[in-house]
Design a binder for this molecule. Structure first.
Ligand code: 5GP
Length: 116
């Protein structure tokens, strides 16, 4: 297994506020939240960026999305709505090189995608 901060969280070597876990996915609150709810859904299989996702691994991303939607329903904000985001490499703003899905919720969110 690789050695990003998220792998250390998966291995419980550093603490995180874990809100969901199963055999395939772990979810924990982002340390620097960008919305009232900001949870990261991370697969337990090593995949550095979305560019590295193989066709036979497509279910990995599906599991992240499904876990996020289940969490939104469980927490009661699914109907109000939410945003999921996956950043890839420099232009996408990726800083941790283990794929992950951001779940942002809890308020009307601004538009996105503006170039800096
Ligand atoms: P990226 O920019 O790669 O899409 O997202 C990485 C996210 O991980 C950022 O939103 C950042 O705040 C979060 N993050 C970085 N280090 C830690 C950490 O040690 N713990 C937690 N819970 N989140 C982290």
């Amino acid at each position: 297994m690789s050695d990003t901060i998220f792998h250390k969280i998966i291995r419980r070597e550093i603490p995180a506020d874990v809100v969901f876990e199963d055999d395939h996915v772990i979810a924990f609150r982002d340390i620097a939240p960008q919305a009232p709810v900001h949870v990261l859904f991370v697969p337990k299989v090593d995949i550095a960026t979305l560019n590295d996702l193989q066709e036979d691994q497509a279910i990995v991303v599906g599991r992240l999305a499904h876990a996020a939607a289940q969490y939104a329903k469980r927490e009661g904000f699914a109907e109000d709505g939410y945003r999921i985001v996956m950043n890839c490499n420099a232009h996408g703003g990726q800083t941790v090189f283990q794929i992950h899905l951001h779940l942002l919720a809890g308020a009307h969110l601004g538009r996105f995608g503006t170039a800096k």
